[in-house]
Ligand binder design. Structure first.
Ligand SMILES: NC(=O)c1ccc[n+]([C@@H]2O[C@H](COP(=O)([O-])OP(=O)(O)OC[C@H]3O[C@@H](n4cnc5c(N)ncnc54)[C@H](OP(=O)(O)O)[C@@H]3O)[C@@H](O)[C@H]2O)c1
Length: 234
């Protein structure tokens, strides 16, 4: 997939990895569609980037996901890439996981990527192909006490992503998964519950949002199945 001229939807584009991905894709000539709840942030970013569209979206609301894809098709007439990036952490021991909090994380980290994939598939199929990147987490490839609720949502997303890759291959739709490790974003301040794993102080040096964005763009360009962004926990 060439990014130059491609129409790329990025969810969670108001900060962190999503904002960095949108900037980097626009830098390679993509027309980016920015989705998140904070309209002021995505509108400011869209104003900076050529041919970008901000679509304020609460991804926990299925009708708004459909609206995001419709707004994309109304503006650009096609959708080449979906980056399912929006997500939130839940970093407490399982004994403390509140069902309502877990439900809200499942809605954002699992249902929203599924619904967004379902929403773009018909257009991508008609176009003869497309690319989808699902943003998971290395916590889903480890057994890490304290993040079980969050990791469970990402583990489920991994399976959806891997099955979607096989189901959609005949339509030329290439589905990939990226597994970031600790990354310097607002993520650790906007957890649904809990605090940063390991507390303050020690821990790995965080990756930058820009380096994760590069991994996402390389998956779009190469069509490879996955990239694991491992980290040295010492
Ligand atoms: N940072 C890390 O250490 C790390 C590690 C592994 C994986 N990840 C994953 O990387 C992805 C991006 O996270 P990040 O690190 O860039 O965190 P971030 O800076 O907190 O960004 C999260 C994004 O998700 C959006 N979002 C949250 N709830 C939403 C909702 N209901 N509807 C629409 N958008 C919503 C936020 O926008 P609004 O608040 O404006 O809606 C924001 O743009 C997530 O899937 C996360 O699980 C992060």
């Amino acid at each position: 997939m060439q990014l130059d001229g491609a129409v790329v939807i990025v969810t969670g584009a108001s900060s962190g990895i999503g904002a960095a991905t949108a900037r980097a894709a626009a830098g390679r000539g993509a027309k980016v569609v920015l989705a998140a709840r904070r309209a002021d942030r995505i509108e400011a970013l869209a104003a900076e980037l050529p041919d970008a569209l901000a679509v304020p979206t609460d991804l926990r609301v299925p009708a708004q996901i459909a609206g995001l894809v419709k707004a994309t098709l109304d503006r650009f007439g096609r959708v080449d890439v979906l980056v399912n990036n929006a997500g939130q952490g839940l970093h407490v021991p399982l004994e403390q996981v509140a069902l309502d909090t877990l439900r809200s994380i499942v809605e954002l980290n699992l249902y929203a990527p599924l619904l967004a994939m379902q929403a773009v598939i018909p257009a991508m199929r008609m176009q003869g192909g497309g690319a989808i990147v699902n943003v998971s987490s290395m916590t889903s490839r480890m057994v890490l006490p304290g993040v079980g609720g969050y990791s469970a949502t990402k583990s489920a997303l991994n399976m959806l992503s891997q099955v979607a890759r096989r189901e959609l291959a005949p339509d030329g739709i290439v589905v990939s998964t990226v597994y970031p490790s600790v990354t310097a974003t607002e993520f650790h301040q906007s957890l649904a519950a809990g605090g940063r794993v390991g507390g303050g102080g020690s821990g790995p040096t965080p990756h930058t949002a820009e380096s994760v964005a590069e991994a996402i763009l390389s998956l779009i360009e190469s069509g490879e199945e996955e990239i694991l962004l491992t980290q040295n926990w010492g």
